[in-house]
Ligand binder design. Structure first.
Ligand SMILES: Cc1ncc(COP(=O)(O)O)c(C=O)c1O
Length: 405
């Protein structure tokens, strides 16, 4: 473990760069207390400002009163409650699917589903199930997909082919080059480091043409994209029985948990074959009631989403006017390309010194030389928050950063 000490010593020597986890004493709304200072967060995924809403807190408290703190086991072993089944049906409806399956987090959802999808036949076989034909599977995955997707695919042990980011021609060539396998195409809906949106209609077309399953991680689109917050499918007005829609409850929905919305036969199989459903504890009941409240608020208060998008447009216009290089401007993840890793880290540090918490995204999260500041816009940002941030960006747009700010 000597190497661990060397690593931690090295990290400590990096002063204001590299990730020291700051101590915070409150959570962003979007202001929060950090080491004796009030900061504004442009890092949180609390897009619709629901995490602090008193109705969400009351719903979570009701969950605690009614059902206690936690299940302390999985639903597979411990039994089901209507609150889980009702939430699954509500999420399925939003995604235009037959049913849904809840997991404890979004990360676990990707791990749990992607590791199990192509291996689901194994467990039933141990109990005597005999498939009509042995099948070989292959994953086709966008090079910029989220880490949890990459890890879920690795865990499956199934061969994977990586296609260039949102490059449909590259994907087509790779699908063509793999006859006689069951193909599963996997893509983020909104890419978490780039903020751009996957070309869902074309992905569905390819899935149909090549008889493939399509898995879309809509973590950053759910609740945000589409006229009613239905996510990427509503944004494009498309859907397909081939599509498995994954979502997380930890971003626009302001709580914690994850899910897939899918056809009934897939959910019913995974309930039995996905270890991250059956071999780990369930999302706690207070979170289930909080998310149910979030769905109600999102449905009845469209003005939240309107405010979010107004903030996004206001911020994008200001940053564009500064001549800064936006990686994308389609969603509430607005990355500004800095390029050099060190400069990006120093930029984030400077912003933090001036009271703004912004993510510095560097290699290996993105390619070398493509470091960026990632701004997450939320509905509760005020004009003053955005103006204050933009003022600092304007002062440092090309001049050397003043680390003593
Ligand atoms: C694209 C994507 N998928 C999945 C996750 C994991 O979601 P959760 O934080 O709910 O575990 C994240 C989290 O940042 C994400 O950005």
């Amino acid at each position: 473990m000597q190497e661990f000490r060397e690593i931690t010593d090295w990290i400590a020597s990096q002063e204001h760069t590299f990730h020291r986890i700051p101590k915070v004493s409150s959570l962003p709304s979007p202001e929060f207390e950090c080491e004796g200072r009030t900061m504004v967060s442009f890092s949180s995924n609390n897009y619709l400002a629901l995490a602090h809403d008193p109705r969400m807190i009351a719903a979570a408290k009701k969950g605690l009163d009614l059902f206690s703190v936690a299940n302390c086991e999985s639903r597979l072993l411990g039994g089901d409650m209507d609150i889980y089944l009702d939430l699954e049906q509500a999420l399925a409806k939003i995604k235009g699917k037959e049913t849904a399956l809840l997991y404890a987090t979004g990360y676990l959802t990707n791990i749990g589903v992607l590791s199990a999808l192509p291996n689901s036949g194994l467990l039933p076989r141990a109990y005597g199930f005999r498939p009509s034909k042995r099948r070989r599977y292959m994953y086709f995955t966008d090079e910029f997909n989220h880490t949890s997707i990459r890890e879920g695919i690795s865990l499956s042990g199934i061969p994977k082919v990586m296609y260039r980011h949102c490059d449909l021609e590259d994907l087509r060539k790779k699908l063509q080059a793999a006859p006689d396998v069951c193909k599963i195409i996997v893509s983020d809906g909104v890419f978490s480091m780039d903020g751009d949106i996957a070309p869902l209609p074309e992905l569905i077309d390819l899935a149909e043409e090549f008889d493939a399953t399509l898995y879309i991680d809509d973590a950053h689109g759910t609740g945000v994209l589409g006229a009613t917050g239905g996510g990427i499918t509503e944004h494009f007005g498309v859907n397909s029985p081939r599509l498995i829609s994954m979502g997380t409850l930890s971003k626009a929905y302001g709580a914690i948990g994850g899910f897939i919305a899918t056809e009934q036969y897939i959910a019913d199989t995974l309930r039995f074959t996905s270890s991250a459903f059956g071999f780990t504890s369930t999302m706690p009941p207070d979170q289930v009631l909080a998310v149910s409240m979030a769905l109600h608020i999102i449905k009845t208060e469209p003005q939240r989403r309107e405010k979010l998008w107004a903030n996004q447009r206001y911020f994008v216009n200001q940053v564009e006017a500064l001549g800064m290089d936006l990686v994308s401007k389609e969603t509430c993840i607005v990355p500004v390309l800095i390029g050099d890793e060190q400069r990006c880290e120093e930029y984030a540090y400077l912003l933090s010194q001036r009271g703004y918490h912004v993510d510095s995204i560097i290699y290996p999260a993105v390619k070398r030389g493509k470091a960026r500041l990632r701004f997450n816009i939320n509905a509760h940002h005020t004009k003053a928050h955005i103006d204050g941030l933009v003022t600092i960006l304007a002062e440092n747009r090309s001049a050397p950063l003043q680390m003593t700010a």
